[in-house]
Design a protein around this ligand. Structure first.
Ligand code: ATP
Ligand code: MG
Length: 269
């Protein structure tokens, strides 16, 4: 099944057709993803949910260019060559421990010799509320603050596509909600194409335009659910809106069977 864009007047940015990845090692092979059909449009915020081990990270790493696929096709459009194509934010902090907050945020900009670096860095450090910590080192920050640095760095770098692999999974509930709202505020200003992996149905509904549910391994896109909730959205406020429970239930309805299937496969090993 091909997941076609549901919105009109949008340009496709990421197109995967029958994408496949098989890992080979001396001990055997693992088919991580197979038959992945996916279209993500420019400016869309898409979340991917799926059972553990179904190939979400593998898919994101292939799209990031960090891994090769072993079958199918992947087309990624780079509309503005003056900008980097993508930035990736991981669950574990991906900032440099030997650099201050400011230098971490400036890293990508310096590498490509961008202009107005100081200004851009200050803007995004402010956006994520870290002004008083701009000269601190990562070991002086909490987990949530480190993820804020990652977000500031990714947006300062100004890529066309943001790839986020469970960036808030290690955070406590309140920090997670705050960061979701901060991310949404910055995203609404920039409207970058975002592919965001999460295990949380709530998170997918709060953040995304579309929730893509993956099957148990080998993962493929099982269904594509539009999250038709007006923006701006608040992490808790959205829960009281009509339609919230219904869409959450629909996602869980699709995901539940896959979680069970993944569990059965694990138990059979
Ligand atoms: N470098 C690798 N070499 C061999 N197998 C790998 C490699 N990376 C991932 N795999 C396998 O591919 C499958 C998918 O892994 P992946 O990390 O993409 O899953 P995931 O959906 O991100 O899981 P989680 O939700 O737990 O993060 C797993 O069976 C994993 O063991
Ligand atoms: Mg993963």
């Amino acid at each position: 099944m091909l997941v076609e864009p549901k919105m009109h007047n949008l340009q496709a940015q990421i197109i995967a057709r029958q994408l496949e990845k098989e890992f080979s090692s001396p001990t055997g092979t693992t088919l991580a993803i197979a038959n992945v059909d996916l279209v993500v449009n420019k400016g869309e915020f898409c979340c991917i949910v799926g059972p553990s081990g179904c190939g979400k990270t593998t898919l994101l790493r292939i799209i990031a260019g960090l891994e090769n696929h072993t079958g199918g096709n992947l087309e990624i459009s780079h509309f503005d060559q003056s900008k980097p194509l993508n930035s990736m934010i991981f669950q574990e902090q991906s900032i440099f421990p030997w650099m201050t907050v400011k230098d971490n945020v400036a890293y990508g900009l310096r590498r490509r010799g961008a202009r107005n670096i100081e200004e851009i860095v200050a803007y995004y450090i402010d956006k994520v509320g870290l002004r008083t910590f701009q000269n601190s080192y990562p070991h002086q920050l909490s987990g949530g603050m480190k993820q804020r640095v990652s977000i500031a760095r990714a947006f300062a770098n100004d890529p066309e596509i943001l790839l986020m692999d469970e960036p808030f999974a290690a955070l406590d509930e309140q920090n997670k909600s705050l960061l979701q709202e901060e991310l949404l505020r910055i995203w609404e200003e920039t409207r970058k194409t975002v592919l965001f992996i999460t295990h949380s149905i709530d998170e997918a509904v709060v953040l995304s335009d579309r929730a893509l549910v993956m099957t148990a391994r080998p993962g493929r896109i099982k269904c594509d659910l539009t999250i038709d909730m007006a923006r701006p959205r608040g992490a808790y406020e959205i829960k009281s809106r009509s339609g919230y429970g219904e869409i959450s239930n629909r996602i869980w309805g699709e995901l539940r069977d896959e979680v069970l299937a993944a569990k059965q496969k694990m138990e059979a090993l």
